[in-house]
Design a protein around this ligand. Structure first.
Ligand code: HEM
Length: 317
């Protein structure tokens, strides 16, 4: 593992590398996201907090049973063609949220998740080393994983394992992978997961060419609304459930995820070009949140300004 680098330095270097990578991938003046770049769908939803959640979890947006209007962005990490193996992303923005936000615009709470329970690297230093290698081309990237003096074999294993073919983003489970505080007072630390709970499941490939996942979403909504549970997992042991190692999966047998809200998505215009363009333009940030949901750990510290800079670059006129 590399020695610790100051957060400011990590942000500056990652910001520059990410700008150079995404600018090089610009097509028709659209600068893509560095990660989760294909918008599969950008939908309206309802996020309803349950009325029977355990007392200690009634914090921040979960403090009372209430419905928030939500926007959900379903994405592919690296592939434009939905039929290819990939990691899928789910970004959620709640609106009408009461309370002071840590960063961003008042009234909003974001959650940023993807379809594998752990990140492929442990620390932001390793993430930076990976981005550096990515910018230098395929051979350097291979060397990042297989360098005999400093191999990242666990990272390679995670990357290979986390890329999958999926039939529908509505049947995928998503994880925050990194931890968050729960409540402004006390020391509760949690990870988030979003679990499918629809009555309907996609059992076969839906015809839609490179947009087959978008087609699957449409076909699902024409049958019945989509449903997800939003759940939190408490850190019960700081050693086996570390804050500072994003590559560790917290054991669900030791601490199961507890559902605290339900997300419902009704049928809507999935293929509308203007809505899809908004899905391209919009941006999410784990720091767009209440203090009761503060992102924890150095990986999250780095994300605040790196995401903000990347979004700014994408939306420059
Ligand atoms: C130091 C660690 C990380 C860095 C530097 C990083 C970097 C980025 C950047 C630059 C973007 C594009 C932001 C934009 O253009 O608006 C992005 C998007 C995204 N990242 Fe990360 N990321 C990190 C960790 C994570 C983790 C732990 C997750 C786990 C869930 C994650 C999931 C996502 C998702 C789902 C998006 C798409 C957000 C959207 O819909 O706008 N990232 N990431």
């Amino acid at each position: 593992m590399n020695s610790e680098v100051a957060i400011d330095q990590l942000v500056a270097e990652m910001g520059e590398l990410i700008a150079s990578i995404t600018l090089a991938e610009t097509e028709n003046t659209i600068v893509p996201r560095f990660n989760q770049s294909k918008t599969v769908a950008y939908v309206n939803a309802e996020f309803r907090v349950h009325d029977d959640i355990p007392e200690e979890l009634k914090q921040g947006i979960f403090s009372r049973p209430i419905s928030y209007p939500a926007k959900l962005r379903f994405a592919n990490a690296t592939k434009r063609d939905d039929s290819k193996k990939d990691i899928r992303g789910l970004s959620i923005r709640l609106s009408n949220v009461d309370g002071t936000v840590l960063w961003g615009n008042p009234g909003f709470q974001d959650f940023v998740l993807n379809s594998h329970p752990a990140l492929f690297v442990a620390t932001p230093e390793d993430f930076l080393a990976f981005i550096r290698a990515q910018q230098q081309g395929k051979i350097k990237m291979l060397l990042f994983f297989l360098n005999p003096f400093n191999p990242h074999l666990k990272a390679l294993f995670t990357v290979l394992k986390s890329q999958k073919n999926h039939l529908s983003p509505f049947d995928v489970r998503y994880w925050s992978t990194v931890p968050f505080r729960l409540g402004e007072l006390g020391n509760q630390v949690v990870k988030y997961s979003v679990l499918p709970c629809s009555d309907y499941e996609t059992t076969d490939t839906v015809n839609g060419g490179e947009h087959q996942l978008r087609a699957a979403i449409k076909a699902h909504l024409q049958q019945s609304p989509a449903c997800f549970h939003f759940a939190v997992q408490k850190q019960t042991d700081p050693k086996s459930m570390p804050i500072e190692d994003a590559s560790v999966i917290w054991d669900e047998e030791v601490s199961p995820f507890i559902p605290v809200a339900t997300i419902k998505i009704a049928d809507q215009d999935i293929n509308n070009p203007e809505i899809l363009a908004n899905g391209e333009r919009c941006s999410f940030n784990p720091w767009q949140c209440l203090a009761a949901h503060e992102p924890l750990g150095r990986m999250n510290l780095v994300r605040r300004l790196v995401y903000a800079k990347a979004a700014e670059l994408r939306n420059k006129e």
